[in-house]
Design a protein. Structure first.
Length: 326
C-alpha cells in the first residue's frame, strides 16, 4: 500500500466495521477497509473505500495495512455470540495475533491515533452471577476473571494498548462494547448474538406459520443491548477524545431475554410458543453497563431504546429470512 489515507478500519468487512467505513466516508474522509474474508462475504462493501483482503494476524500484512494511515480503528477479531465464543476459545484467543501485530505496526508507522474495540467480556465473572446485576463499572475488570478465552484476549490486548501509551507515548483509545446489534450484522450461521437470533426465529415463525421458537437458557438471564448508531457515535467520540482509559460503551437498558423476545414479538405482531434449552450456551447470568464514566468524560451515553433499535433490526432480518426462503 503506497497511498496516504485518513483512516484504516481493520475488520471492515464485518458488522461494526462496515457501518463505520460508511460513516467515515460520509464525513469526506479517505478510508482503507481491511478484512480476511473474500469480498462477497463482506457485510457491506463501500466502493469509495480502498477495500483490501488480508490476514492481519500476520505482521507483514498489518504493516502493509497501516502504511500511510493517520488513524486506525482495530475491529478485526474472530468472534461471535455465546454460541461461538463458548465453543471456540482457542480461536478467540488467537485474535491476540491481530491485536498485537496491528498495535505494533501502527506504532511503528507513526499512526496518530489508534482505537481498540474491547468488550464487556473482560469483566469478572463473579460480578455477573445475578440477573439483577449491579451495572459493571470499569474497575470491575480487576481482579481479573474475564470470560474464558475471548474475554482474556480482550483484556490482554486492551492492556497492551495502555502500555504502548505509557511506555512509548502512543495515542491509544479503548472502548468496552456491550452487545451491539443492528442491520447488516450476523444473523445466522452460529456467530449471531441474541437480538439477531431472536429476530430471525420470530421472522421464521411469521413466514412459516409455525410459531414455536427455542430460547437458550431459561429466558431470565439479563443483558443490555446497544444499537449500532450509538456504537458508531461513541466509537468516534472516544477516538477523538482525550482519555486513554478503557471506557464502557453500552446501553444501560437492562432486559431479560424473555423481555427481548416480548419486544420482537410485539414488532412482528405475533405471540410465539417458547421452549427453553437449558443445555445451550448462556454465558453470564446478568450483565449491564454502568455509564457513569462515559457521562463524566464525554457528557454522553447511548440512548437509542431497545424497542426503536429492534424495530429497524427486525425489518432487516425479516428481509434476509424472506430472501433465504425464496
Ligand atoms: P464481526 O465478526 O462482524 O467483524 C469482525 C471482522 O474481523 C470480520 O469481518 C472478520 O472477517 C474480520 N477478521 C477476523 N480475523 C481477521 C484477520 N485475521 N484479519 C483481518 N480481518 C479479520 O464483529 P463485529 O460485531 O463487527 O465486532 C467488531 C469488533 O468489536 C470485534 O473486535 C469484536 O470483538 C468487538 N466487539 C463486538 C461486540 C458486538 O456485540 N458486536 C461486543 C464486544 C466487542
Ligand atoms: N446467541 C444467542 N442465540 N443467544 C441466545 C439465544 C439464541 O438463539 N437465545 C437466548 N440466548 C441467550 C444466551 O444464552 C445468552 O444468555 C444471552 O442470550 C446473550 O447471548 P449473546 O447475545 O449470544 O451473547 P452475550 O451477551 O452473552 O455476549 C456477547 O456480548 C459481548 C459484549 O457484551 C458476545 O457477542 C460477546 O462476544 C461480546 O463481547
Amino acid at each position: 500500500m503506497d497511498k496516504q489515507v485518513d483512516v484504516v478500519v481493520a475488520g471492515g468487512g464485518g458488522f461494526i466495521g462496515g457501518h463505520l467505513v460508511g460513516a467515515l466516508l460520509a464525513q469526506g474522509l479517505t478510508v482503507r477497509s481491511i478484512d480476511i474474508k473474500p469480498r462477497h462475504e463482506w457485510y457491506q462493501l463501500h466502493d469509495a473505500a480502498e477495500n483490501v483482503i488480508a490476514d492481519l494476524s500476520l505482521l507483514e500484512n498489518a504493516r502493509a495495512g497501516v502504511e500511510g494511515a493517520r488513524q486506525v480503528y482495530m475491529l478485526a477479531a474472530d468472534m461471535g455470540g455465546m454460541g461461538f465464543i463458548e465453543n471456540n476459545k482457542a480461536a478467540c484467543m488467537m485474535s491476540v495475533l491481530i491485536s498485537t501485530h496491528m498495535l505494533k505496526a501502527a506504532h511503528e508507522a507513526g499512526v496518530e491515533r489508534y482505537f481498540y474495540s474491547s468488550s464487556a467480556c473482560v469483566y469478572a465473572a463473579g460480578k455477573q452471577t445475578d440477573p439483577n446485576v449491579t451495572a459493571l463499572r470499569e474497575e470491575d475488570a480487576y481482579p481479573a476473571q474475564a470470560e474464558d478465552g475471548y474475554g482474556w484476549e480482550k483484556l490482554f490486548s486492551e492492556r497492551m494498548c495502555r502500555h504502548f501509551a505509557e511506555d512509548y507515548g502512543f495515542t491509544t483509545r479503548v472502548a468496552r462494547y456491550h452487545n451491539v446489534y443492528g442491520p447488516h450484522g450476523t444473523w445466522e450461521g452460529g456467530r449471531e448474538k441474541a437480538p439477531a437470533a431472536v429476530c430471525r426465529k420470530v421472522a421464521q415463525a411469521v413466514l412459516s406459520g409455525d410459531h414455536r421458537i427455542e430460547i437458550w437458557g431459561d429466558g431470565l438471564q439479563t443483558r443490555s443491548f446497544m444499537y449500532i448508531d450509538d456504537c458508531l457515535h461513541g466509537t468516534q467520540m472516544i477516538m477523538k477524545g482525550d482519555s486513554g482509559v478503557p471506557v464502557n460503551l453500552g446501553s444501560s437498558e437492562l432486559v431479560t431475554i424473555n423481555q427481548l423476545v416480548d419486544i420482537v414479538e410485539r414488532i412482528a405482531g405475533i405471540r410465539c410458543e417458547r421452549s427453553y434449552r437449558l443445555d445451550a450456551p448462556q454465558g453470564v447470568r446478568g450483565r449491564n453497563s454502568d455509564n457513569t464514566l462515559i457521562r463524566e468524560i464525554y457528557g454522553w451515553e447511548p440512548s437509542v431504546s431497545l424497542a426503536d433499535g429492534l424495530e429497524k433490526t427486525y425489518a432487516w432480518v425479516y428481509d434476509q429470512v424472506k430472501r433465504s426462503h425464496q
